[in-house]
Design a protein around this ligand. Structure first.
Ligand SMILES: CC(C)[C@H](C(=O)O)[C@@H](O)C(=O)O
Ligand code: SF4
Length: 458
């Protein structure tokens, strides 16, 4: 009797170091130009090679501009070095690189599942806190620091303190118009931004099983905002259908053998968890953050709490008890490793189609990868957005993360499909409200925070 986490963990223990810590075999390392360049450079300077370059992948997503025709341009002052140094170091190390102009370029946590680089049962690390996203594929994937990345690159192992286990079971079905993003915000608002600290969180239950693959990635993405070591979901037919035929996924007879093995990656009946939470799916409604922590989130038709923290209120320019719906916005952002996949853009486009972004609102759509961008363009979604008044960008992290250049302005109120709303996250003084892509789309049209269910069509 073992949980999903315990199964993957025990398959990867190379040696026990002490009661709490083990040396863990690392199957895949992913890097990006913001932190990966640091790790690769420092390793090269120490004269140590990458032990298995075929298992290491790097992409350009954080610093690179997302403006059309970008080339190596960046909005970050002094940021060019991150791009060129990553390129040079990646080539020298012989690792796989998704360069700026590559067909496969995109946000690390979008590209990795898309190409079947992350697979059920594997361990994957990346010096990026949202690596937990990839746990949705039934993998053990977590964010590390640059020094740890060096160790993993050089040895194919990592010393890891074993996290505790938590299971969040979501019973019943999410109502129409309620998304995985709303579920993630509900969970964090309810149990707190530190609710998952030191735990590997397995998401389970009927509502999670019913989520399509891309929505599962959205749910696991925000395990880090829950404070968790990582999030993960047992792989099932949804996972296998998604992975079949992807470039780095096994093929032919190896595929069949892999699926047979992956089917065992479930928490056995009677598995013990350090913490268990149960949520009823019918309690989950569309959510929006009002404050500067993700736990400061309420129902879209709710109000800022009466006992809201003064500092958050001041930063956000709000008053306790104020309704969230109807707050005027001047920025709207659809993108990020949380919500920039094809299905996210499709759902947003369904709301935007035939409508116009409100006057005075700067609205952007930034696809998560070049593959998402191509697929969206083939379906005509770019035209839907552009005709409505959205900017249509190249793929990358873009305005999810203020890298020192492009930003929404100070005191601008922005509705955003991203995952972080802390002070100055999207630019100095910018006020970020986190929500689903549907809510962002509806709010861009309304010019104020709006309930996307009012904009749904038949
Ligand atoms: C720059 C990077 C290290 C950072 C992270 O780890 O999450 C970024 O992706 C973010 O979302 O804040
Ligand atoms: S999209 Fe945002 S949250 Fe995701 S990796 Fe990039 S900067 Fe981090």
């Amino acid at each position: 009797m073992a949980s999903l986490f315990e199964k993957i963990w025990s398959h990867h223990v190379v040696a026990a170091i002490d009661d709490a810590t083990a040396l863990i075999a690392i199957d895949r390392v992913f890097l990006h130009e913001r932190t990966g360049s640091v790790a690769l450079k420092s390793l090269a300077e120490a004269g140590r090679p990458v032990v298995d370059p075929g298992r290491v992948f790097a992409t350009m997503d954080h610093i690179v501009s997302t403006r059309p025709g970008r080339g190596d341009a960046t909005e970050m002052p002094g940021g060019t070095a991150f791009i060129t140094e990553t390129r040079d170091a990646a080539r020298a190390a012989g690792i796989n690189l998704f360069d700026v102009t590559d067909r496969d370029q995109g946000i690390v946590h979008v590209v990795s599942p898309e190409l079947g680089i992350v697979l059920p049962g594997l361990t994957l690390v990346c010096p990026d806190s949202h690596t937990c996203t990839q746990g949705a594929m039934g993998a053990l994937a977590w964010g590390i620091g640059s020094t740890e990345a060096e160790h993993a690159l050089a040895t194919g192992t990592l010393r890891v303190t074993k996290p505790k286990t938590m299971r969040v079971t979501v019973e019943g079905r999410l109502a129409p118009g309620v998304t995985a993003k709303d579920l993630a915000l509900h969970l964090i608002a309810r149990f707190g931004a530190a609710g998952g600290v030191d735990h590997a969180v397995e998401y389970a239950g009927e509502a999670v099983r019913a989520l399509p693959m891309e929505a599962r990635l959205t749910l696991c993405n925000m395990a880090t905002e829950f404070g968790a070591f990582t999030g993960l979901i047992a792989p099932d037919a949804v996972t296998f259908d998604y992975l079949k035929g992807r470039r780095h996924a096994p093929a032919g007879a190896v595929w069949d053998a892999a699926v047979a093995q992956w089917q065992g990656l479930v928490s056995d009946n009677g598995s013990m968890f350090h913490v268990e939470h149960a949520i009823s799916a019918n309690e989950v409604v569309p959510m929006v953050s009002w404050g500067t922590s993700v736990q400061q989130s309420v129902a879209v038709d709710g109000r800022v709490p009466d006992d809201a923290a003064t500092r958050s209120l001041e930063y956000m320019g709000l008053e306790a008890g104020q309704a969230v719906a109807g707050l005027p916005v001047t920025g709207a952002f659809i993108g990020s490793c949380t919500n920039s996949r094809l299905s996210d853009l499709e759902r947003a486009a369904a709301i935007v189609r035939g409508r116009r972004v409100a006057d005075g609102v700067r609205a952007l759509v930034v696809p998560g990868s070049q593959a998402v961008k191509r697929a969206a363009e083939a379906a005509g979604l770019d035209r839907v957005f552009v005709e409505a008044g959205f900017e249509w960008r190249e793929s990358g992290c873009s305005l999810c993360f203020y890298a020192g250049g492009e930003s929404f302005g100070p005191r601008e109120r922005v509705i955003s499909s991203t995952n972080r709303n802390f002070e100055s996250r999207q630019g100095p003084g910018t006020r970020t409200h986190i929500a689903s892509p549907e809510t962002v789309a509806a709010s861009a049209i309304a010019g104020k925070i709006a309930d996307a269910r009012d904009y749904a069509r038949g």
